[in-house]
Design a protein around this ligand. Structure first.
Ligand code: 13P
Length: 340
């Protein structure tokens, strides 16, 4: 394992109070988001949208790395320049989603296991040669009556650790993403209990598979009440509870934590991250950053709607969200930033 390259990449991803932009939606997910806005669900529309993102002027001022999908890492701008070259010129580190999706877990109705370990060593080698320096694998934990089960948590933690060890062998920093979903009526407290159980298991498995903690990134959910829970807690309460769970479960050797947004509104995601950094940053052993997809992209996608004439305003909205989240890393985000 080349520890030096792993630590260097991880350091780069958190430098300058920047964060990550997830733009690694699989084709079905990307098409679903396009369909909601009547954008054609074609290869060319996906290419044009990803070109819009990576060419947004000033993106590299707030974004240190982007997570790509296999289709995108091989694509070019309309003028033939590879998207990887555009990112390199903007000083942005390319990463790649390498799981092949969450599938039904046998004998566990309503639960998922993420697939993609078979052949992963060879795929990682190819991505490293293409220029990727980090990777992502997302495990999905669904909240419900009696779930997530112990066995679903254990199976997903094991897969995350196997993936992370393979990434480090290939010189790629693994982003380890165990996502406890927001869907459901569960309380903030139940989310806290489940998130802590999941993170504890994940770190047991990472240690078991000899993953170098200094050369990885954790991408967790914030601890939130379910979307249909009547008690929607304050930003302060969410920040306190999320911090409590992370203090208890994430070793200090991990260089950084980059939250997923999970379906929160863009403004709330920024406000919650900001509050955590504003109140706790001097005491934190790890960087507290973002790796948002929807909470950075959604306002831009809604402006673009597949029309070339809207590219500029969509790019401005995208970079605005990236800037807000960079400010949130510093604890300097304010609601007033949304009006500028
Ligand atoms: P969201 O920020 O939209 O939750 O996406 C993050 C991500 O990368 C999901 O795997």
């Amino acid at each position: 394992m080349n520890e030096k390259i792993l630590v260097e990449t991880a350091t780069r991803l958190f430098a300058g109070d920047k964060g990550l932009l997830a733009m690694d939606e699989s084709n079905p997910t990307c098409n679903k988001r396009f369909a909601m806005l009547n954008i054609p669900q074609t290869l060319e529309a996906r290419r044009a949208y990803r070109e819009l993102i990576v060419t947004a002027p000033g993106l590299g001022d707030s974004i240190s790395g982007v997570i790509l999908y296999d289709e995108t890492i091989r694509q070019q701008k309309k003028d033939g320049t590879s998207l990887l070259k555009v990112l390199a010129d903007a000083g942005i580190v390319p990463g790649i989603k390498v799981d092949t999706g969450a599938k039904d877990l046998a004998a566990h109705p309503g639960e998922k296991i993420t697939e993609g370990l078979d052949g992963l060593r060879d795929r990682l080698k190819e991505y490293f040669q293409m220029g990727a320096r980090f990777a992502k694998w997302r495990a999905v934990l669904i909240m419900g009556e009696g779930i997530p089960s112990r066995s679903c948590i254990a199976a997903n933690a094991h897969a995350l650790a196997r993936y992370a060890a393979l990434c480090q062998e290939a010189g790629l920093v693994p982003i380890v993403e165990p996502e406890v979903l927001m869907d459901g009526g569960h309380t903030l407290e139940r989310c806290r209990v489940v998130t802590e159980e999941v993170l504890r298991d994940v770190f047991v498995q990472l240690n078991c598979q000899r993953v170098l903690l200094e050369g990885m990134v954790l991408k967790p959910n914030m601890v939130l009440p379910g979307l249909s829970c009547p008690a929607q807690e304050s930003v302060d309460k969410v920040a306190d509870t999320t911090m409590k769970s992370l203090w208890r479960t994430v070793p200090a050797a991990v260089p950084g934590i980059a939250f997923l947004s999970g379906g929160q509104s863009a403004e709330l995601a920024s406000a919650r991250l900001n509050t955590m950094n504003h109140r706790f940053k001097p005491q934190l052993p790890w960087a507290l950053a973002f790796s948002f997809a929807r909470a950075i992209q959604q306002p831009a996608l809604e402006l673009w709607r597949g029309e070339a004439a809207n590219v500029k305003s969509a790019q401005e909205a995208l970079v605005h969200r990236a800037r807000c989240n960079r400010a949130a890393r510093r604890g300097e985000y304010t609601a007033a930033m949304e009006k500028t």
